[in-house]
Design a protein around this ligand. Structure first.
Ligand code: ZN
Length: 84
């Protein structure tokens, strides 16, 4: 340890959301250069935010089957089944 404190999860979340202040963002970026642990933390948070956004989008829209036709196909529902 060289005395650089890890940003806490809230700071990482703000950073991923682009809501961190300029100074905070710089501090976190500097820290990420030297800390693999926090880099993976940022990746996980990024993935989590993306998943939450996708879920929110799918809950709002009803274009899931058009966007992901492979899901319908792999579950045995295809155009032929629907036509019969
Ligand atoms: Zn760290």
């Amino acid at each position: 340890m060289n005395g650089v404190p890890h940003p806490d999860l809230e700071q990482i979340e703000r950073y991923c959301l682009g809501e961190a202040s300029q100074a905070e963002q710089e501090r976190i970026e500097e820290h990420l250069l030297i800390c693999e642990h926090c880099r993976s933390q940022v990746q996980e948070t990024d993935a989590y935010i993306a998943a939450v956004r996708d879920a929110a989008k799918e809950a709002r829209g009803t274009q899931v089957s058009r966007k992901h036709p492979h899901i319908a196909r792999s579950s045995g529902i295809n155009d032929d089944t629907l036509a019969n």
